[in-house]
Write a protein of this length. Structure first.
Length: 336
């Protein structure tokens, strides 16, 4: 069992109140009592539970962070950015991965509510508006991450995915591509819909006819990318697209893997590939992958700052922080 403050008091031969004073107000305690309590703490290996102490005082030292895909290095970088900022404020991040599962999302929301975290950062899978309103009513601030708050009721930190989708397809069109397959899903994820919407805007605005078809995936993993690539390769050659726009880099890497292994469609000569996020693995791929970059760590740092500000001021007005994406061109989309 962990050593308690009562154990320390018993060993030192003083009251629990004296031990508390030594820990919190040593200048109000005699030197003899400080010495006895200090020796007891050292002998017993007592570790002060600052988190519990601050929670009793109504100030938690933790922020919960719920992400929808813990396998995606993009979210790992976002969390890292939040951790970097949290360290400056003496805050710890409690992290939960929902893996695009509504049940797991609810589980983590329940857990962080029970833990009475100071604030919550969430990259949601489902519609969490009602739940976040309940958290707010209990005094827990919440900020959406990688998701724009359409109704403005909650602060959000995101990248303009519609603009990113448009930039990706405009780049492919400039490279001479005319039959573009958008690979992504599930479409319950807002970002997937936004990136497809941007792709369609680019095609509609093009000076030449451009087709954008959809190749749906069950998830946005490397494995789903490989499977989607296999389905595309299985078509008659006349139906092959000449470019692929993947909803994230993991899908793009899976697509690239399937094409390289098959060998009949050369990247980028026969088919171009572009992803979204610009994770570190993109530049290190067999054919370096073009991508739409998101400022992942800045997203995390900004979201953490906002949630702490809102936790300190319940009357603060929700704000929508939208970063602009950046096109990163590599070998996978070079012109033919």
């Amino acid at each position: 069992m962990p050593v308690s403050i009562r154990d320390v008091a018993l060993r030192a031969g003083v009251s629990v109140g004296t031990v508390s004073n030594v820990l919190n107000r040593p200048d109000e305690v005699s030197a003899d009592s400080v010495d006895r309590v200090s020796r007891a703490i050292e002998d017993l290996g007592y570790v002060r539970n600052d988190a519990a102490r601050k929670l009793r005082a109504g100030v938690s030292t933790t922020v919960g962070f719920v992400v929808l895909d813990g396998q995606n290095p993009f979210y790992n970088d976002v969390v890292r950015g939040a951790e970097d900022e949290a360290t400056k404020h003496g805050i710890a991040i409690l992290y939960g991965n929902t893996d695009e599962d509504l049940g797991r999302e609810k589980l983590y929301l329940d857990l962080f509510e029970e833990q009475q975290v100071r604030g919550l950062l969430i990259a949601p899978y489902g519609d969490v508006t009602a739940r976040l309103q309940r958290l707010r009513a209990r005094g827990i601030a919440a900020v959406l991450v990688d998701r724009f708050s359409g109704d403005g009721r909650f602060s959000s930190v995101s990248v303009d995915s519609v603009v990113g989708g448009r930039m990706a397809v405009e780049h492919l069109i400039e490279g001479g591509r005319r039959h573009i397959a958008f690979v992504g899903g599930p479409f319950d994820i807002r970002q997937v819909n936004d990136r497809l919407a941007g792709a369609r805007v680019a095609a509609e605005n093009a000076a030449v006819p451009v087709e954008v078809e959809v190749v749906a995936t069950a998830a946005m993993t490397v494995e789903d990318g490989v499977a989607a690539g296999a389905r595309i390769i299985a078509r008659p050659r006349r139906e092959w697209p000449d470019a692929l726009f993947a909803a994230n880099d993991l899908l793009a890497l899976g697509l690239l893997q399937s094409l390289v292994v098959d060998g009949r469609m050369l990247v980028p000569h026969d088919i171009a590939i572009i992803g979204f996020d610009d994770i570190p693995f993109a530049a290190a791929a067999a054919v370096p992958l073009s991508s739409i970059r998101q400022p992942s760590r800045m997203i995390g740092r900004t979201a953490l700052r906002i949630v702490l500000e809102e936790a300190a001021d319940s009357e603060s007005i929700a704000r929508q922080t939208v970063f602009q994406p950046e096109l990163v061109v590599r070998a996978s989309t070079l012109p033919r």
